[in-house]
Design a protein around this ligand. Structure first.
Ligand code: NAD
Length: 361
């Protein structure tokens, strides 16, 4: 395990994207969002993604420095095309449009189509919450068929994340942000690289047997080699039985079909689609009952006797905030092979040895 200090990690990752045709501004933005995923404990959506992003860029699947195209524009609704730009560039552009419209109309929806990987969806809910807005995000990952629906063994769904952000006065927002599969694909990636093991029965093979072995998804792989989910025959399972599987279907239909990205399926170019709804609580509730009621109810919710083995009851967003405080101070731990894969990628794109050395100081 290596531990990289946050400013060093951002500088190093930015250097890699800057050597891969992204402007300095975009490179730093991608590096900051990936590092934030590590800071919040979602290593699956952090810098482990650098090699795959650079591979997608080389293949032409990701296009640097894109500006979203406004396809539909009404006072409360926008449809925007991300044109396969980096998600870390086109998603905040789409969210900014949603925030601006919502501040004028009280309610807005933005359908983002054809975005590169938008990473941790919680980033976009946090961006809206920072402006005092509630937001709801339905996301799919077209081309990434990985998840078996309830009752099935074959892949039909993406990991289709769902996210809700609720601002709180003077406190961090409530952010519920999860993949609708038992684990995000990135967590299978992390497990395959020696990181945290998968929960019991997270995967299912074609015979319907439950498993925690990443090779069910990737097929046989070399320790430092690439992971290719088209090589495996098994699937990740949707969470929460029929309920989670149903929510995943809704994410495919809203995030995929309604945005124009397309619901997931085989042999498609990878793209995230995100259908997001923004609500201004100040318009819904001018008397501002909301803030006090959130505060009262969150205290009531948390003030339950914890179950055996549980320290205390948390609300969504709290585990991320605690991890962020810890890692901001102590650095981001990365398994050796994750770090080796990032360093190899840096060398491939021509980052200097000095920059590589500096990252670990
Ligand atoms: P997860 O299973 O870690 O669940 C995270 C959510 O549960 C958070 O809201 C967190 O605050 C809450 N939580 C965790 N522990 C808790 C506790 N003890 N008490 C109360 N709440 C708790 O997340 P995941 O499904 O592995 O997803 C990880 C990330 O992957 C998310 O940020 C998601 O947006 C992202 N993702 C992105 C894509 C994409 O295509 N861009 C696809 C799938 C997932």
């Amino acid at each position: 395990m290596v531990t990289i200090q946050v400013p060093n990690l951002i500088n190093f990752v930015a250097d890699i994207f800057n050597h891969s045709d992204s402007s300095a501004e975009e490179a730093r933005r991608i590096a900051s969002y990936l590092t934030t995923a590590n800071l919040t404990g979602h290593d699956s959506h952090g810098v482990i993604r650098v090699p795959v992003y650079i591979r997608w860029k080389k293949m032409g699947s990701l296009v640097p420095d894109q500006t979203v195209e406004l396809v539909v524009d009404t006072p409360s609704l926008a449809v925007v095309d991300g044109k396969f730009g980096y998600g870390q560039t086109v998603a905040p552009q789409a969210v900014k449009i949603g925030i601006e419209k919502c501040k004028k109309a009280g309610l807005a929806a933005v359908a983002l189509r054809n975005a590169g990987h938008i990473g941790r969806v919680g980033d976009w809910a946090e961006m809206a919450a920072a402006e005092g807005l509630v937001s709801i995000h339905f996301v799919n990952a077209a081309g990434s068929v990985l998840v078996a629906p309830f009752g099935g063994v074959e892949r039909r769904l993406s990991t289709a994340p769902y996210c809700v952000g609720i601002p709180r006065q003077g406190q961090a927002p409530v952010v519920l942000d999860f993949a609708t599969s038992i684990v995000a694909e990135g967590k299978v990636l992390v497990a395959s690289r020696g990181g945290k093991k998968l929960p019991k029965g997270a995967l299912i093979n074609l015979d319907g047997e439950l498993s925690e072995d990443p090779s069910v998804l990737y097929g046989p792989y070399e320790v430092e080699g690439p992971r290719d989910h088209s090589k495996g025959k098994g699937a990740i399972r949707a969470f929460g039985e029929h309920k989670g599987s149903g929510l995943a279907l809704i994410c495919e239909l809203l995030g995929g079909a309604l945005t124009g990205t397309g619901a997931t399926g085989p042999n498609r170019r990878f793209a995230n689609g995100m259908f997001a709804v923004y609500v201004d609580p100040k318009v819904v509730d001018p008397a501002n009952f909301f803030d006090g009621e959130i505060s009262r109810y969150v205290s009531y919710f948390k003030d339950t006797k914890p179950a055996a083995g549980v320290d205390r009851v948390l609300i969504p967003g709290e585990p991320e905030a605690a991890m962020r405080a810890d890692r901001t101070q102590n650095g981001v731990p990365l398994p050796d092979d994750t770090w080796a894969a990032i360093v190899n990628t840096a060398r491939e794109v021509g980052v200097s040895e000095v920059s590589i050395q500096r990252a670990t100081q």
